[in-house]
Design a protein around this ligand. Structure first.
Ligand code: 5GP
Length: 126
């Protein structure tokens, strides 16, 4: 089944400039901005500017240029935030939720980058 992208989702509205955001860094195909409800001292969202619902959609259908730009811009964000271990940072966690079981709230592909404190095990159980 083809992916159905909802143009009314909140990140589409941010990309159209209808809703303000606190941008960290932007490139030709990618925007990185601070999460409105941070779950850690550092919490940013990396989103493609294209209309992709989730990771699988983006990975399957985005161009090589978009995919490279997304990851390079995410790396740039990590550098700007000072969280990348390769740059002497204390580390971070990248998370991408998808669908109902993944508890995805916004149906536009995004990578959460969380950092600024020890984040514990990947999943809490229960
Ligand atoms: P998901 O649950 O889809 O993986 O994550 C969606 C994230 O988007 C949540 O962490 C939520 O706080 C964030 N978010 C929702 N609405 C807005 C908004 O209007 N602005 C910003 N900056 N973040 C938002």
């Amino acid at each position: 089944m083809p992916y159905a992208y909802d143009d009314t989702n909140i990140f589409a509205r941010i990309l159209r400039g209808e809703i303000p955001n606190k941008t960290l860094v932007e490139s030709a195909h990618t925007l990185v901005f601070h999460d409105i409800r941070p779950q850690a001292p550092v919490h940013v969202l990396v989103i493609p500017k294209g209309r992709y619902v989730d990771f699988a959609h983006f990975a399957a259908e985005a161009s090589a240029e978009e995919i490279a730009d997304f990851h390079r811009t995410a790396a740039r964000a990590c550098a700007l935030l000072g969280v990348a271990p390769g740059d002497g940072g204390a580390g971070f966690r990248g998370i991408s939720n998808a669908g109902d079981n993944g508890h995805q709230e916004v149906p536009h592909y995004h990578l959460h980058i969380l950092a600024g404190r020890p984040l514990g095990p990947m999943l809490s159980h229960g």
